[in-house]
Design a protein around this ligand. Sequence first.
Ligand code: NDP
Length: 231
Amino acid sequence: MAKHVVITGANRGIGLGFVKYYLANGDSVSACCRQPAQASALIQLAESHPNLTIIQLDVTDETSVQALPRHLNDAPIDLLINNAGYYGPKGIGFGQLHAPEWQKVLAVNTIAPLMVTQTCYPMLQKATNAKVVCISSKMGSMADNQSGGSYLYRSSKAGLNAALKSLAIDLSSEEIYCVAFHPGWVQTDMGGPNALITVNEAVAQMAECIDKLDAGQSGLFLNFDGQVIPW
Ligand code: NDP
């Protein structure tokens, strides 16, 4: 059965990959991005896909987030993908830590996914076995941290993972399943050209896992291929 999929940061990179994947699957996609007028790839896709809606959303802007239910006509959401993310300025190590920059990274990566999910909650409740996916990163794994550094990004994704775990527990009685993914090292503006996998590879594998996501997996931190990643 066709799903309604809502994706943040949908204008480029992994988010755009998810848009293409679910459109090809015959689903209805609400693609959220900061500047719809400049989202040329989405505009082009919308010309041939009437089931694609482009929605303005800056995930850190409260007014923009609050407008989401109106843009979505309060329609049931089967799958919410909190994908929008921000690495922050590179090369900020211990000694150069800068609180306002850190707050920006936390705002996009940690706080926004939960605020967007909270705003979408009534629409998630309207679907049967709705799913909430947060695109996290292995860099947020404490167990995986062998090299130090990347304070801003690492802490923001570790915080997202902690919040996701609570969300999964809190929504389990309503059978809304929540999971965090490491998408792999992916060839995007953020991942760079030397990254190991393409957007299509990452998205196809995560989508396969999302399809199978059930109560037993809710609250886990998964690699794009479905392997569990230690926190
Ligand atoms: P990109 O940098 O290519 O894209 C980031 C997306 O997030 C863009 O659509 C951007 O919009 C959007 N975004 C950033 N800030 C906001 C905001 N305030 N409101 C709305 N949208 C915003 O990154 P990727 O596609 O590579 O990353 C997608 C996700 O995957 C992120 O969460 C990232 O942390 C995670 N990830 C990526 C990895 C990789 O190797 N690529 C590895 C591990 C995790 P705009 O165009 O307007 O800036």
